[in-house]
Design a binder for this molecule. Structure first.
Ligand code: FES
Length: 190
């Protein structure tokens, strides 16, 4: 298969007047993280974590700001963001639902859960609802094969899921009754 190249060199990025990397973040990078490494670029992960934790994703402008502080090329920051699927290059919904699609979960009907979520929210995998409330993605094994199918709702692991349970969790988030911490719900309705 031939390589397909993008004209990244001439691409324009969306910018805003206010920097994403605040002065407090820059101080934290310079005083706490950078001194831990032989070179400033060692602090790239902490810098990306800071931005993603604050904004939910890593805008291109923020990548340039990080590059400047760490004295590296913006392309190095972009390479890192696009290599690790944990980093978001685009904004995502207020709530992130990540369903495991690996083999144990697939055998235990994870696809039915995904279909239930898609139908409940009216979106496909990789999409965000129009109101910006939910984004649905699929992940490879999330380490809960023994209690498959499993999914992560924001920071919470939910195990032994059923389509009905996934819909209930979404409704709980929508009506504000969702209890953080994950449930490890039992397959009582199977
Ligand atoms: S295969 Fe889904 S948690 Fe391992």
């Amino acid at each position: 298969m031939p390589w397909i190249t993008k004209k990244s060199g001439s691409a324009t990025i969306e910018t805003r007047d206010e920097p994403y990397l605040t002065s407090a973040m820059i101080s934290k990078l310079r005083e706490t993280y950078i001194p831990r490494y032989a070179q400033p670029k060692g602090a790239l992960f902490p810098a990306l974590h800071m931005i993603q934790h604050e904004y939910g994703w890593v805008p291109h402008q923020a990548m340039k700001e990080i590059a400047e502080v760490l004295e590296i090329a913006p392309s190095e920051v972009l390479d890192t963001v696009t290599f690790y699927e944990e980093y978001w290059e685009h904004s995502k919904g207020e709530n992130l639902i990540s369903v495991c699609r690996s083999i144990a979960c697939e055998f235990c009907n994870a696809t039915d859960c995904t279909e239930a979520i898609k139908s409940k929210l009216g979106i496909d995998v990789g999409q965000t609802t129009e109101d910006g409330k939910f984004t649905l993605v699929e992940l490879e094994c999330i380490g809960s094969c023994g209690t498959a199918p499993a999914a992560i709702f924001n920071e919470d692991l939910h195990e032994n899921l059923t389509p009905q349970r996934t819909v209930e969790l979404i409704e709980q988030i929508q009506n504000g009754t969702y209890q953080e911490g994950g449930t490890g719900a039992v397959k009582e309705d199977l």
